[in-house]
Design a protein around this ligand. Structure first.
Ligand code: M6R
Length: 610
């Protein structure tokens, strides 16, 4: 899931490419590079690390030209070093930037080595560069060479290629990884998404899987997977809001945590009619449904787990929430599934996209719940719903998750009403409840003073457990995921009741156990589970609504400062309100440890490889 960008004809190509890469850095930040056409070859700059490292190199040693390609890398094949940074070259004949994985690269590498090509990197991408050089020896055009190359490669890819023999053209292709073309009066662009080209054009052509072609300064020639000339529509995308800034916050994540009340308000606004009643932007007939599948990855999967509790409780509609990367490979039974919904902030996660395609192939209706309207999932699914979180820059999902929860609760309520499970009165109660969430999560942010006292201890831990029951079990999972990805502390979540079936053996003196509590039907049982952990030496940290916290104090005792409280709320919306302190706990622990909060190691914002 790297980011690629290219241009032909732009007066200051180096600047356009660097700005484009800044917008693509969410796709990976292990290394970056740019190559520009120069004389009969290329001028190349590369740097290991975040984009600022490349910007530094280019400042020291500027590039000038009108045609070039750029790349920001998330390493798949080969370690993070300069040799493995793109663009990949075949001598001074070919330069390639690639996103995806060439699955048969080993066989191709052997064949090319036998032909005398020398490999400088460990990447799968380098085979593309040499394959092009090889094809160009015989092919009559860059388009024909592209056809020769894509006939040999297997896997997922989006690439842009410069060939010294064709200085006025760029070869491009996509298969399972996203690629868009940007058109302007004097120049042509290609990028992993429309946002990458937002500074330079609003006219964008989204390629379909299997598309390939050749760009020149004023022309686009595209063929489809069958080799037929393809005309892809030009879409006018929304004016680019400009690069998002931290607006005084220390990190994007901190800012995004604080934006959550607004996020819920905006998202609710888009799902509410003039009378304040929940309304979907598109008609969905839940009444006749026999089952729903929520397919997603990471935090979006966790949102889908909470959505499942809601949908089954409020609408009596069976839901399977599945990790997308597992789903299609286990040959799931789909006959009872009326609608498969992909949940994804980016709308680009390849695992989720593939799971949706799998269901579409089986004839199941598909929908996407995404935060990016121009994303592949939004374009491919039969329908889509848009969360209104705005651009999320921090790699750790916060506000997009909150927006997903908002929509999932709206969906469950609308479904419950349509299916005759919820009365008008109950529906109204839930509408009013959700309308209070922005205020409640705003107030929940005040819990940071209690969190501050806990952070130094948690930051010392090597391992940590999170416990929850009901909808708070997925919230515990989200807490553990956030702590892992931000502060690199091993953390696991368990359903509280499951502890005694094995995981309780992990508890030893001082092991932090974060327990989530709300005043629901499980409260006393959950408190018993906490007591069981405490009796075995756990360093118990309670995150609870006010009244649940009071009961915990009464029953458990000796908790001193180890209680983080949020305002009381109905148990239905407790997963939203309690998500705030778990995000803050992970954020503040990471800050305390000094990790890279917005761009944690080994991660990328959008995961477009399997
Ligand atoms: O864009 P998506 O929602 O499809 O992304 C899914 C996951 O990659 C994402 O939620 C990831 O787990 C985040 N880093 C979690 O904070």
């Amino acid at each position: 899931m790297c980011g690629i960008i290219g241009t032909i004809g732009y007066p200051d190509a180096a600047d356009a490419l660097l700005q484009g890469l800044r917008r693509l850095e969410y796709r990976g930040y292990d290394s970056a590079g740019i190559a520009l056409q120069k004389d009969a070859g290329f001028a190349v700059r590369r740097a290991v690390g975040k984009l600022n490292a490349l910007a530094g190199v280019m400042h020291e040693s500027p590039l000038h030209g009108t045609t070039g390609i750029g790349h920001t890398r998330w390493a798949t094949h080969g370690e993070v070093n300069l040799a493995n940074a793109h663009p990949m070259m075949s001598g001074d004949r070919v330069a390639v930037v690639h996103n995806g994985i060439i699955e048969n690269h080993r066989i191709l590498r052997d064949t090319l080595t036998a032909k005398g090509y020398q490999f400088q990197s460990q990447t799968d991408t380098e085979v593309l560069a040499h394959l092009f050089a090889d094809a160009l020896d015989h092919a009559p055009s860059l388009m024909a060479a592209t056809e020769v190359v894509i006939a040999q490669i297997e896997g997922a890819y989006a690439f842009a290629v410069m060939a010294a023999d064709y200085p006025d053209q760029l070869a491009i292709a996509r298969q399972a990884s996203p690629l868009a073309i940007g058109l302007s009066d004097d120049a042509m662009f290609v990028g992993s998404d429309a946002i990458a080209m937002g500074d330079v054009t609003q006219r964008v052509m989204f390629l379909k899987d299997g598309d390939y072609g050749v760009l020149s300064r004023q022309d686009v020639a595209i063929k489809d997977a069958k080799g037929q000339i393809a005309n892809r529509d030009v879409t006018i995308v929304a004016a680019n809001p400009g690069l998002v800034t931290k607006e005084g916050y220390h990190h994007f994540m901190e800012k995004e945590i604080h934006e959550q009340p607004d996020t819920v308000m905006h998202t609710l606004g888009a799902f509410t009619d003039a009378d304040g009643a929940f309304a979907l932007p598109q008609e969905v007939n839940f009444a006749d449904m026999t089952g729903l599948a929520y397919l997603a990855a990471g935090t979006s999967y966790i949102a889908g787990l909470i959505g499942r509790y809601w949908m089954e409780e409020l609408a009596d509609l069976p839901v399977v929430t599945e990790i997308a990367s597992e789903f299609r490979y286990r040959h799931p039974s789909y006959r009872q599934i009326s609608l498969a919904m992909g949940i994804s902030q980016s709308g680009e996660s390849l695992d989720t996209l593939m799971a949706l395609r799998y269901m579409a192939d089986k004839g199941v209706d598909t929908a996407a719940l995404v935060n990016v309207e121009t994303s592949t999932m939004a374009r491919e699914a039969s329908g889509y719903l848009l969360t209104r979180a705005g651009p999320e820059i921090g790699v750790a999902s916060t506000k997009s998750y909150m927006a997903q929860l908002t929509v999932l609760l709206v969906l469950a309520t609308v479904a419950g009403h349509q299916r005759g499970i919820l009365s008008d009165k109950r529906r109204l109660e839930i509408e009013q409840m959700l309308a209070r969430v922005p205020r409640l999560i705003g107030e929940a942010m005040a819990a940071t003073s209690a969190i501050k006292q806990i952070v130094p201890r948690l930051a010392q831990a090597r391992s940590c457990l999170y416990l929850g029951r009901g909808t708070l079990y997925p919230v515990a999972m989200e807490g553990a995921l956030k702590l892992k990805e931000l502060s690199y502390i091993h953390a696991e979540a368990y359903a509280s009741g499951e502890m005694k079936h094995g995981p309780i053996a992990l508890i030893e003196d001082g092991l932090p156990v974060v327990a989530l509590l709300t005043d629901d039907e499980h409260l006393l049982k959950s408190i018993s589970n906490v007591l069981e952990a405490k009796a075995r030496g756990a360093d118990v940290i309670i995150i609870a609504t006010e009244s649940a916290a009071q009961k915990a104090r009464d029953e458990i005792g000796g908790l001193n400062g180890n209680i983080i409280t949020v305002p009381d709320c109905d148990a239905l919306i407790a997963p939203m309100v309690l998500s705030l302190p778990i995000q803050c706990l992970a954020y503040m622990t990471a800050v305390h440890k000094g990790t890279d909060v917005d761009q944690p190691r080994n991660l990328a914002k959008s995961v477009t490889v399997e």
